[in-house]
Design a protein around this ligand. Structure first.
Ligand SMILES: *Cc1c(COP(=O)(O)O)cnc(C)c1O
Length: 361
């Protein structure tokens, strides 16, 4: 039976990236040594580092005055590295979910944190609007896609102060106007690779702006080399995760880049949301205008609540994997990241239709 992987993170990767990674484990770059066994000072590896950075720059249109870093520690480490590097006194946070809340919590170690708005009152089912960003904040932090609740900020917002975005779960899913942001960061394991590497895109004039004494590894400046191949090579980088990210981004480029990704993601999401809205047995949990293209959350409709376990069992029997909703939302969550094929979404829709035929009152 074909398996359809809807996991929220780590996630399904492009098959060709996985195959290339398997080959690289056997023999990296014709060296006769596998990628798990090479030195990160191998010339072939330095080329991969430089090309991976170039793929990031080309796909996202990252201007030259930004550094692109590949670090360890996950997005959760950036929750404190961002304020350590750029917060002088005060930062503003938009609280759109638990990841956003966790980010704000770490910022409190470095100064005053103003939560400008929160959607916690309705279990983060919408993106707050009409908030005011304080002009005296050193930066304004947003979480562009709320992985757990299935809400997303679809546009690059305009901020009067430096804009910082956790894009862990929607990076490379659509074109982004990088110039509007001071820092963009995230864990790779949602849309650009496996777990183990974190991306940080930072405008270089922000470096050192906190004037704080920083530990060497925390200071972004440590990780910027004289040339792209030296970037993120202060210490041993996560070689294998970066390699899989490299192959994943090559695939994104071959598909036509971020415009093509966006179109595919919009089509997949429309397929599933249309079915959720049409099908009598299910209903969506996020406010329509804020619905995520990456994480699609739904629950059983009124009167059908008792069928939740049965649908889960049925979907599983049809090859659906990873559709259980996060415990704080319940129901179901289908993550339809870049590499999730349209056929998987079609298979889930077919499941929902068959289940409706059997159970609709
Ligand atoms: C998964 C996720 C995180 C946490 O990432 P780690 O790399 O596991 O630290 C942070 N923010 C968002 C939006 C996420 O989806």
């Amino acid at each position: 039976m074909k398996v359809h992987n809807f996991n929220a993170g780590p996630v399904v990767l492009p098959r060709q990236a996985v195959e290339a990674a398997i080959e690289a484990i056997r023999d990296f770059d014709g060296t006769g040594i596998g990628i798990l066994e090479i030195s990160h000072r191998t010339p072939g590896w330095e080329r991969v580092m430089a090309e991976t950075e170039q793929l990031w720059r080309d796909l996202l249109g990252i201007p030259d005055d930004y550094a692109v870093l590949f670090l360890g520690g996950g997005a959760s480490t950036q929750f404190f590295e961002v304020p350590a590097n750029i917060m002088k006194k005060k930062a503003a946070y938009l609280q759109t979910g638990v990841w956003a809340k966790k980010a704000a919590k770490e910022a409190k170690f470095y100064g005053e944190v103003e939560v400008v708005a929160s959607s916690e009152d309705k279990n983060y089912s919408y993106i707050p609007k009409n908030y005011t960003i304080p002009a005296d904040a050193d930066y304004f932090h947003i979480t562009t896609n709320n992985t757990i609740y299935g809400t997303e900020i679809h546009e690059d917002i305009t901020s009067p102060v430096t804009l910082v975005a956790d894009m862990s779960s929607d990076i490379m899913s659509r074109p982004v106007d990088v110039k509007k942001y001071g820092i963009i960061y995230g864990g790779a394991q949602k849309n650009v690779g496996p777990a183990g590497v974190t991306f940080v895109i930072v405008r270089k004039d922000l470096l050192g702006s906190s004037e704080r004494k920083l530990q060497t590894m925390v200071d972004y400046r440590t990780h910027i080399g004289a040339e792209p191949r030296d970037n993120s090579m202060f210490n041993t980088p996560p070689v294998f995760p970066i390699y899989v990210m490299y192959e994943t981004l090559k695939w994104v480029k071959e598909q036509g880049g971020l415009k093509a990704m966006q179109k595919l993601n919009q089509e997949k999401a429309a397929l599933l949301y249309n079915e959720i809205d049409r099908n009598k047995l299910f209903k969506g949990t996020a406010v329509k205008e804020d619905r995520s293209l990456m994480n699609i959350c739904f629950v059983m409709a009124e009167g059908y609540e008792e069928l939740e376990g049965e649908f889960m069992k049925f979907a599983k029997s049809q090859g659906m994997v990873g559709i259980k909703g996060h415990r704080s939302v319940g129901g179901f969550r289908a993550s339809t990241y870049n590499a999730c094929p349209r056929e998987s979404v079609e298979a889930l829709v077919a499941c929902m239709q068959e289940f409706e035929k059997k159970h609709a009152k």
